[in-house]
Design a protein around this ligand. Sequence first.
Ligand SMILES: Nc1ncnc2c1ncn2[C@@H]1O[C@H](COP(=O)(O)OP(=O)(O)OP(=O)(O)O)[C@@H](O)[C@H]1O
Ligand SMILES: [Mg+2]
Length: 162
Amino acid sequence: MTQHDVHSSSHGDQLIQSEPGQQNGSRPWPVIVTRRLVKTYILGETSVYALRGVSLKVYPGEFVAIMGPSGSGKSSFMNLIGCLDHPTSGDYFLAGMPVSRLRPDDLADIRNRRIGFVFQSFNLLVRDTALTNVMLPMIYAGICQRSSPGENNNVSPSHAPW
Ligand SMILES: Nc1ncnc2c1ncn2[C@@H]1O[C@H](COP(=O)(O)OP(=O)(O)OP(=O)(O)O)[C@@H](O)[C@H]1O
Ligand SMILES: [Mg+2]
């Protein structure tokens, strides 16, 4: 995937904004900004250049489809913007936070609190019920507790952060 500056950036290398909002009362801040993202897989002595510098901005409320032939790097790109993987180089800002070089635990926290995934192969835990699978992110976030079989599984909406 090679895409250069779909929207050129007018900001410096530091794009620090705690939440998406309005910039100078005009256009909202982009919720996703990637700058020259590169992903290279090393397979033995072979380098696979999956992403060769992808720059993109996505604004709040936008719906974006990433399309391309098989092997063009769609999953590699989704893994990066979903905070599942690190880029080889380049920057990624999520809601203004520079996340491309965060530690795995911090990335896990962002995935838990800020990102929703719908995987092609659902990635459910077969040993757990559908309800527990749905509750699991909230259990990890400390919002509710795993319950015993037969126990009332009520989760109070007042404890949820949304
Ligand atoms: N973990 C990996 N290790 C080595 N090479 C990889 C890895 N993941 C992807 N690749 C390679 O990177 C390139 C991009 O793959 P990627 O899976 O991102 O493409 P894709 O657009 O999602 O393809 P598809 O439409 O088939 O899902 C391909 O050449 C692929 O073989
Ligand atoms: Mg794919």
